[in-house]
Design a protein around this ligand. Sequence first.
Ligand SMILES: Cc1ncc(COP(=O)(O)O)c(C=O)c1O
Length: 385
Amino acid sequence: MKNLILPCQRHLFDIPVDVAYLNCAYMSPLMTSVAQAGEEAIQAKRHPWGTGSEGFFTTSEEARGLFASLIGAQSDDIAIAPAASYGIATAAANIPLKPHEEVLVLAEQFPSNIYSWERLARENNATVHTIAAPTTTRQGPDWTPAILDAISERTRIVALPHCHWTDGALIDLKSVSEKAKTVGSALVLDLSQSLGALPINVAEIDPDFLIAPTYKWLMGPYAMGFLYVAPRWQEGRPLEENWIVRKGSQDFASLVDYEDAYQPGAKRFDMGERANFQLMPMAKRALEQLLDWGVENIAATLRVKTDALAKRANALGLLTGARDLRAPHFLGVRFPDGAPDGLLQHLASRNVHVSLRGTSMRVTPHLYNNEEDTDRLFGALEECL
Ligand SMILES: Cc1ncc(COP(=O)(O)O)c(C=O)c1O
């Protein structure tokens, strides 16, 4: 089925007409409906006598199911986690690493997907092998061949994103997963910078662990996220022991009849206070909207937007790399002579919001952006070139 190019959805957000917010990779703005879900949740907490205990088990289960649909998993394969670092730490606590084995990561990968591996390697006399950035040509970095090359008999864990957080350089996870399996390596994915805007199906990629916080491309609140745990790891060791993930926890009267058994599936990995009455309704509302738009359609629509941005950047002599090496929702813009001094401050003074990551100006639009935003960005950029 052909993907739809979705019309601008700015009316669902609270973004003033003169603000060009092109920084979803930093943090998405909340939709009005998501903010309302949060406000209603805060009001409900003012009067806790009005709610029964079933609230501990309803919204979180619905959100778990919605997240599962987003990645082609079963609800039972999903745990609730507050941050990318929590998901990566869970993976690191479960995947055995022997002396002299390797964890593969990318140069300048986000630290939440580095530090747990460094500790695991240190504690096991193993190594974190950092794959150097492939020489950046005008095309931009092509990571996949470099990753495939680096996977060897020593590789036990490949810990990656779907696209690099600095410039959106895309990784072909299917080829990486196939190669990793030939050497018996696990695949751990931090999808903070892609899930919700770049389709992925766990039936196709078969990762071991996959984490995504909700505050970027999942368009939800901060300090909430979801962790996919492949069925082969679901008997593993959670980072903490909390009461709600034990068998029979719905029966509040019997909570001190301590129970050894966990609830089935990935629930044992849920964070403490996973019901999070304030944030969970917001996460759920955002996931519903994403599923309603369709991630394939979001990706196709953002591709049109980043293509248009790339064309304007190229016309100014700026480099954006090869189209098929970058994710559809990301544009890394490089300045041949380096980024102008004070670039971000100047853009912000014109109500234009982007990020600078390494040498790359990261421009990350979403469905709320329109052509006026593009004009505002390039008007402000031309003033400082
Ligand atoms: C690739 C990537 N992973 C993770 C995070 C956030 O990590 P955490 O949820 O551990 O704060 C970010 C934030 O920018 C990111 O870009």
